[in-house]
Design a protein around this ligand. Sequence first.
Ligand code: URA
Length: 240
Amino acid sequence: MSKLTLDRILHTQGFGTRKWCRELIATDEISINGEIINDTNTPIETDGLELTVDNQLWIFREHVYIALNKPANFECSRKPSHHPGVMTILPDQFTRRDVQPVGRLDHDTTGLLLMSDDGAFIHTQSSPKHHVPKIYVAATHDPVTTELIELLLNGVKLNDEPAPLAAEICRMIDQHHLEIVLEQGKYHQVKRMLAAAGNHCTALNRSQIGNLKLAELNLAAGEWCYLSEAQLAQLKPASH
Ligand code: URA
């Protein structure tokens, strides 16, 4: 349970500066349960709060946890250089409340990308210590062989990495596709591992994180959704 004044509430939800939010309130843009609210002095209970902002329903969320089906040709970096950033896919409110991608996918990698403004969640999900498996489907230039799979399972040496990196699981899907499960998220890891094993990754899709499967979210490329408590529970690290 926590109470905040309306201007502060709007600010925390990414509607702009406190000054701008007070202006929204003064110009009758905000209502709660059908009633326009102009009061910025009385604290309001935020738990379960549903606001209407400019005729749009907004549910108060202390933090947001989002799954995006990332399309190709979007960058995850904060300062994208060659392609638009993934944040441009989401409403501006999320950029203003500092929602960030959890880890990074390359600009040409597609699939499941988590996004949040909860620092602790981002840390848990990104840290290799927490053993959250990430499942990728890689298309390969050369046919998938049992030797390739063995190399990836046994570990391959990458430049700048002191020890070989191995896939947790690796299996052939068809002659030119394999599924690879990693618990780390090193720079270009799947592509570099495939190259180190003598093949070449021609396309990469992340299909699952923990037990959360992109296919079960029913998101077309470029679509996103809030994650429910039950879906968040599917991201819990495996106990080691
Ligand atoms: N590994 C890669 O090579 N690229 C990604 O985007 C993710 C994992």
